[in-house]
Design a protein around this ligand. Structure first.
Ligand code: NAG
Ligand code: NAG
Length: 354
């Protein structure tokens, strides 16, 4: 009986010591299936890692490149942290052996371009961060193998150009962070496949123009953040074309050129039930600052007053003219009648005198 109670413990201790036989260059944890190689001055991938590793942390090292078919011996990795290295080269198929990879963090490296082959084999990836790198162009097909990616972080790069089919295959994408880049124009078609996109973060770019139809494919969009860009005007149709259930739109920190036309656009937008201009009261006008001091679009509703006065003046003028004309005509008619009467009377008198 005693032996039976003790047996499981003996077995467990044995299995643990067996697992310790796996060579591990880093701090490896058998049960958690983790290998922590963070901050260890690696310039190349560590040689010995347990094959069962599911979470590999290689952050804060000095890795410069990831070669083709790297991670040969650790193919079960689900989470791979490569952030805070000096990686500038991702060879074709660098991650192609990692068919279980769910999350890949490449933030704070020196990646300046992504080839089509970079995403080879990443068909399970859900979350990719390329934040704080040196990307300037998102080429066609650069994310082509990311079949079920949901979250993409491209924040803090130098992205200026998004090629028409860069996001071409990303129909499962739910969030994309494109804040702190150099985007100036959103061209029709660049978001055409993103029908599941819920969050589009475009904060801190230099966007000055949105093509009228560019947002229309985004039928799931819940948040569109365009704060701190270079927008001075927009077209009503651009936002009206968002055929969503409900979308919150952030627009402050833009140099709005406030005039009657723009105010009318915003008034109409405010009346579209599914659109929420959350920071409407905080929109500041670039053209009216000097005259009016701090000037906001939402609070001041008098931008159309000049136009209203003009319309009023014209209306009043027209009314006065018409009334005057009628009065004059009436007067003339009366005068004529009077003359006629007098003529008749005089004729009559003359006749009677005869
Ligand atoms: C994207 O990356 C930036 C920069 O590293 C970070 O500050 C931000 O929290 C990330 N956003 C998301 C949603 O992960
Ligand atoms: C508007 O601006 C004020 C003052 O800067 C700030 O407190 C408030 O949170 C802003 N509101 C929105 C919706 O951004």
């Amino acid at each position: 009986m005693h032996l039976l109670l003790v047996l499981p413990f003996v077995l467990e201790v044995q299995s643990r010591s067996m697992n310790l036989n796996f060579t591990c260059d880093c701090t490896c944890h058998t049960e958690l299936k983790t290998a922590n190689c963070s901050s260890s001055n690696y310039t190349h991938l560590p040689t010995f890692l347990p094959p069962f590793t599911e979470q590999l942390d290689l952050s804060f090292n000095h890795l410069k490149a990831i070669k083709s078919r790297a991670f040969q011996n650790t193919r079960r990795i689900r989470i791979l942290l490569l952030n805070d290295n000096v990686i500038s080269v991702l060879s074709k198929g660098a991650f192609s052996l990692l068919e279980s990879l769910l999350r890949l963090d490449l933030s704070r490296n020196r990646i300046s371009s992504l080839s089509e082959g970079f995403s080879l084999g990443l068909g399970s990836l859900r979350e990719l961060s390329l934040a704080e790198n040196r990307l300037t162009i998102l080429e066609n097909s650069c994310f082509v193998h990311l079949d079920i990616l949901q979250r993409l972080n491209l924040s803090h790069n130098g992205v200026k150009t998004i090629k028409m089919r860069a996001f071409g295959s990303m129909s499962t994408l739910r969030q994309v962070q494109l804040d702190w880049n150099n985007i100036t124009i959103l061209k029709n078609g660049i978001f055409s496949m993103l029908r599941n996109l819920e969050v589009l973060n475009l904060r801190h770019n230099q966007i000055n123009c949105l093509d009228v139809g560019v947002l229309s494919p985004l039928i799931s969009l819940a948040l569109l953040d365009l704060t701190n860009n270079n927008l001075s005007s927009i077209q009503f149709k651009t936002f009206l074309s968002l055929n969503t259930y409900s979308t919150h739109i952030m627009l402050h920190g833009n140099p709005w050129k406030c005039d009657c036309d723009l105010q009318r656009v915003f008034r109409k937008l405010c009346n579209v039930k599914r659109l929420f201009l959350d920071d409407y009261d905080n929109l500041t006008c670039s053209n009216l600052d000097e005259i009016h001091g701090y000037y906001t679009m939402g609070l001041d509703t008098e931008l159309c007053i000049a136009e209203m006065v003009t319309v009023l003046v014209i209306t009043i003028t027209v009314v006065i003219t018409v009334v005057a004309a009628i009065v004059m005509a009436e007067k003339k008619r009366k005068n004529k009648n009077k003359e006629k009467h007098w003529t008749e009377v005089s004729e009559y008198s003359c006749a009677s005198q005869d």
